[in-house]
Design a binder for this molecule. Structure first.
Ligand SMILES: NC(=O)c1ccc[n+]([C@@H]2O[C@H](COP(=O)([O-])OP(=O)(O)OC[C@H]3O[C@@H](n4cnc5c(N)ncnc54)[C@H](O)[C@@H]3O)[C@@H](O)[C@H]2O)c1
Length: 339
C-alpha cells in the first residue's frame, strides 16, 4: 500500500518554510519534500520524508510515485526573477521542464488512484509586462487577462506554466466520464512580492522591501536597488500561506480562472523606507539603483485586481500595510535578531 500524502517541491525556500509549519499543525498530514537544498532542522522534523534532489530528475519523482499516494502537490521549486536573468537557459530547464515533470507526475498519481490531484502553482506578478511607466501609472489595478507580455525569462516561464497547467486540467487525455477523475486539478495564484519575518529572500526582484527591513533590524546599512517612487504589490507571508491552503481546498466548481491575482498592499519603496526608519531609528537606508532590476520592477503592475479571488474562493488578506508592519514584521524581526 502506498502511503497517502502531500508533496512540496522547493520546500527549503521561503514559502516552503511557512507551508511546512502550517501543514504540520495537522499531525495526520504526511508531508513529502523535494528540494536541492536540505531543510532547516526544525522543518526537517515536521516532514515524513525529505528528498534532496532536483525536479529535473525524473527518477526522484518515480521513487515518490512508487512509495506515496500524493493527492496535493505544492510545486514551489523555481529559479526566481533576478537569478533567472543571469542563467536563462537553466532557469527555463528548472522552471518549465521541471514543472512539466511535476505535471506528468501528478497525472500519473491521479491515474493510479482515480481521483484528481490538486496541483498548487505559485505564479507571479512577473507574468505581466507593462510597456512603460506612463501605462503602469494609468492602469492601476490590472486584471489577470491584461498586459500578459512579460519581459523576463522568469515571467515567460510563469505565464507558460499557467497554460501548461490549464492544458493538463482541461485538455489532457480524458480517462473517465467523471470530469476531474484521474486528472490534474491545476490551480495557480499570481503572488505579489512576499515579505517574511522569519526568512530572508534571495534571487527575487521584489527583495528590496524585505532586505530593507532585515538590514535595519540587524543594524546594517542598506542600499535599495530601485528608485524611491517604485510601486508594486506586496503581501505578508502568513497571508500567502493561507492563500495556498484556501485555494487548495476551494470547491472546484467555484473556480472560474486558471490563475488568480492576489494582493494586499502596494507601498512605494520610499513608503517602506519611511516605516522601517520610524521603527528602527538608526536605520541607514540609501538608494543605489540597479538599472536592470529597476527595469524588471517597472514592468510589473503597481497593483492588481483580485476581485475574482475574493468572489470565487473568499480571498481576504489579514495584513494590510500598517498591520503587516506593526503586528507581524517589526515584532517578529526584532525577536529574531534579538536572539
Ligand atoms: N517569494 C516571492 O516573493 C514570490 C512571489 C511570487 C511567486 N513566488 C513563487 O513561489 C515559489 C516559492 O518561492 P520562494 O520565495 O519560496 O522561493 P525560494 O527561492 O526561497 O525557494 C525556492 C526553492 O526551490 C529550490 N529549488 C531550486 N531549483 C530546484 C530544483 N531544480 N529542484 C528542486 N528544488 C529546487 C531552492 O533550493 C529553494 O529552496 C516559486 O515558484 C516562486 O516563483 C514567490
Amino acid at each position: 500500500m502506498r502511503r497517502p500524502g502531500v508533496l512540496i517541491t522547493g520546500a527549503s525556500g521561503e514559502i516552503g518554510h511557512g507551508l511546512i509549519s502550517r501543514l504540520a499543525q495537522d499531525s495526520s498530514t504526511t508531508i513529502v519534500t523535494l528540494d536541492v537544498r536540505g531543510l532547516e532542522a526544525a522543518q526537517g522534523r515536521m516532514v515524513h520524508r525529505e528528498i534532496i534532489g532536483s525536479i529535473t530528475d525524473t527518477s526522484a519523482l518515480e521513487r515518490i510515485l512508487a512509495e506515496f499516494d500524493i493527492d496535493h502537490v505544492y510545486h514551489l521549486a523555481a529559479y526566481l526573477s533576478t537569478r533567472s536573468e543571469f542563467t536563462p537557459v537553466t532557469a527555463h530547464q528548472v522552471n518549465v521542464e521541471g514543472t512539466m515533470n511535476l505535471l506528468e507526475f501528478a497525472q500519473k498519481q491521479a491515474e493510479s488512484h482515480g481521483r484528481p490531484v490538486i496541483f498548487l502553482y505559485p505564479s507571479s506578478i512577473a507574468a505581466y509586462g507593462m510597456p512603460d511607466l506612463e501605462t503602469k501609472a494609468k492602469s492601476g489595478r490590472v486584471r489577470e487577462d491584461e498586459f500578459n507580455t512579460p519581459t523576463t525569462m522568469y515571467g515567460c516561464n510563469k505565464l507558460y506554466c499557467e497554460q501548461l497547467g490549464r492544458y493538463y486540467a482541461r485538455h489532457y487525455k480524458q480517462l473517465s466520464a467523471e470530469p476531474m477523475a484521474g486528472r490534474v486539478d491545476f490551480r495557480a495564484v499570481r503572488f505579489p512580492g512576499l515579505i517574511s519575518a522569519v526568512t530572508v529572500p534571495s534571487g527575487g526582484t521584489s527583495d528590496y522591501a524585505p532586505e530593507m527591513i532585515h538590514a535595519a533590524a540587524k543594524g546594517e546599512p542598506y542600499a535599495c536597488f530601485v528608485r524611491p517612487d517604485t510601486r508594486i504589490p506586496f503581501m505578508a507571508m502568513p497571508d500567502a500561506i493561507e492563500v495556498l491552503l484556501k485555494l487548495a481546498f476551494a470547491p472546484r466548481t467555484s473556480l472560474t480562472k486558471t490563475a488568480y491575482n492576489v494582493g494586499a498592499f502596494n507601498p512605494s519603496a520610499d513608503e517602506v523606507r519611511a516605516v522601517v526608519a520610524k521603527n528602527f531609528p538608526g536605520a541607514d537606508i540609501s538608494y543605489k539603483v540597479d538599472a536592470k532590476r529597476q527595469g524588471i520592477v517597472d514592468s510589473w503592475p503597481a497593483d492588481v485586481n483580485d476581485s475574482a479571488a475574493r468572489a470565487d474562493w473568499g480571498f481576504a488578506p489579514q495584513y494590510d500595510f500598517d498591520r503587516a508592519f506593526s503586528e507581524y514584521l517589526i515584532p517578529m524581526i526584532r525577536e529574531r535578531y534579538a536572539k
